[in-house]
Each structure stands twice: as C-alpha cells, then as structure tokens.
Unconditional design. Sequence first.
Length: 449
Amino acid sequence: MKSLYLQVVSSFLGAVLISLVFAFFVSSALFETHALNRVDEQLREASQTVIHLYQAHPNENVQTYIRNLDDLNFHAMLYQENEKIAQSNSTEWRISDAVVQSVLRGDEYKGEYISNQYILGVPFQAKGVRYALFISPDYRIYMKDFHMRLFVVLFMILVVGSILFFITTRYLIKPIQALTSATKKLARGDFRILLETNRRDELGDLTVSFNRMAHELGQLDHLRQQFVANVSHEIQSPLTSIHGFTQALKSGIITDPAEQRRVLSIIESESKRLSKLSKDLLHLATLDVDKPSFCPSWYDVDEQLRRVIVALEPQWQQKKQTLAFTGRSAHVFADSEKLEQVWVNLITNAIKYTPDAGQIHITVKESSSRIQVCISDSGIGIEEKHLPFLFDRFYKIDHFYVKGRDGSGLGLAITQKIVHLHKGSIEVMSKKDEGTTFVVDLPKSERDD
C-alpha cells in the first residue's frame, strides 16, 4: 500500500464497512425492541377477536378460528382445561404445563421467548368452560423484510458514498501528486516552479509555502552562482597582475631598478589584497554556520570606540580629517572582538570615502535597554538606488572604483552579519555628495531583546 490514495480509500472503506455492520445490528435490535411493543398490542387485538368470535358462535369449530390466524401471520394454541384442543398449522413451539395451568387459573402470560417466539397467553370462559389461548406473531417475516430493506439501504449508502469518496479523494490527492512532481524537479535543480492552486485549506497553504520556498531557493542559488563568480573575479584579478609582473621580472624585460621596485610593490599589494580577501571569506564562513563562536561579556562600548579611533588616527590624521566623538559610558553584553571589527569597518569606510579635511562624527546614545551608535561622515555619499544592495556580498558601486578605495566588497556584509548575531540592526542613510550615516542599534543584553 505505497499509494496514499489507496491507503485513504482502504481506510475509508474499512471504517464504513465496520460502521455499516454495527449500524445493521444496532438497527435490528432497536427495531425488534420497538416491534415488541407493537406486537403486544396486535396480539391483544387478535386474541380478543378470536375470543369474541368463539363466545358469539360456540357451535363453530374452534379449529377454524385458530387456523385462519395463519393467514394473518399469527400462530395460536387453544387449551380446554388440561387438553390442547386446537392449534394453527405452522405452530411448532411448546408450552409447559405450568404455564398452561397458570393461564387456566385466570393469569395472563406474556413476554417470554419460546423457540424465538413472543407468546401472549390469555384466559377466557365460554359456557362455563375455562380456556387458555396462546397466541404468537410470525414476526420473522417482518424482520426478514426489515433486514432486506435495511441491507439495501446500507448497501446503497456504501456504493454512493464510495463513488463520491473516490472522486473527492482524487481531488485531495491531486495537489499532493503535483507537489511530489515539483519536489523531484526541485531536487534536480529546476527552481522555475510555480504551482497554481485555488484551495484555501491546509493543502492550499502547503502549495503556497512550496512556491515561496522554490522562489527563495532559486534566489539563493542565483546568489550562490553570483557569489562564486564574484569570488573567482576577485581572485583572478590580483593573480593575473601577480603572474604578469612576475613573468616580466623573470624574463628580464624590466631592467630599471626603480621600475623593478615599483613592480615588486604592486605584487606585494596584490598579495595583501588576496590575503585580505581569503581572510574575509573565512570570516564570513565562520559567521554563516548555524552556531558561530560567540563569547559575550559586559564591557564599555564607548571606551572600545575610543580605542578604535586612536588606532585609526594615522589614517584620518593623514587626510587632515576632523573626527569627533560624543557619548558617555555605556555598558553592553556582547562579543567585544566581533563588535570591534564592526566599528573598525564602519570608521575605516568613513575615513576612506571622506575627502581631505572632511568631518566624521561618532555618537553613542543609550536607553534603558538598548544602545545606538551613529557614525556619520561628510564624504562622497551614496545614490539612493544603491542603498538596498549595500550589504550584499561583493556589491560595489562604480564610482568607488578609484585608486585607494578598492576593496573586496565583503566588509559591510561581515558587519551586518555580526550585528545580526548580536540580535541588533544596522541602517544606512545617505545622499550623493552629502555624506553617509550608519546607525547600529544593539540590545544591552539578550534578556532585553
């Protein structure tokens, strides 16, 4: 039974058959109980009719009255004193002497099954002689007819219900079959899948979720391909330069010592670029795992920012930039090493993309549960169309490709990853030629998030 369709149908048929058998016996029992009440009334009417006729016409043969009851689906026996004087043709049951004597004494007898027959015994007198009339319905014919009709009704319910269930089950199974087929395509790498559905039930929700998953997997696969292409490009460019200049030095084309030193400087620079790229890729890989290393502790974030500013002083002093810091002591429960890289990346970018004699302002704001760090500069700014993609890996803006401003395009991606690891958020606001502001919002601790 590997097919869900067959499993559902078989389960339904099994449940229906068990229910029908149970309903058949329960209905028969209820009908029999109800029929006994009706039979008791009919027996009394039939017995009173026989007694009345016999009393009115005592000279008639009593056997005639008794036998005529067979045509009315009744069986009867008539006792005079201790002797049975008449009975219907099809009567096969026997009555004990004790019961006969009890009825002859004037007691009424009823409600006992003898040979699966319901018996009513009534006493009467005619011409001073005591009689005992025992009468029983031939209700088996009614039960047989009832069973036949009940069987036909239940069988029709089974047939019609099964046909309708087969149709509705196909309607239920069809989207599952479509999902199975789509899953196989998805496993083969085909993400261009869109299942149509008008259902509003759980299967409809499942189909919508599958479409969303396929779309997101397609985007993820596209990003993966783009990531591989970007990594290949970023690696190939410095390798090509290193290889070209190395061949030039090796072949003796460059003989001037000054030119040789310049070429060696380029090779050294490209080597550092490759080293930084590999380091950034490794760092991203460690942050992308399900549970990256995270060692939080309480410390002063404002003091950490001051240390970073001092460490980067040669860079902003060389460009004669003004760097201002505003803030007071602010404690945070975080991984200091990782957050330090966030501040280094953001402040280094501010220095790099701010012209000489420009201004950089760093502000720390604190609330009861959160800390906000703003890093603003008066640099070249970013066009609005680039802002949504600024944190994408290897994303670079065309006018940033100038001497001294080249990078791997991974710095902001790493920064965002670290901030999200701390359950915080990072936003950027910028206008071209007016400067850029990065806002990092962090909870003081995980308990406050």
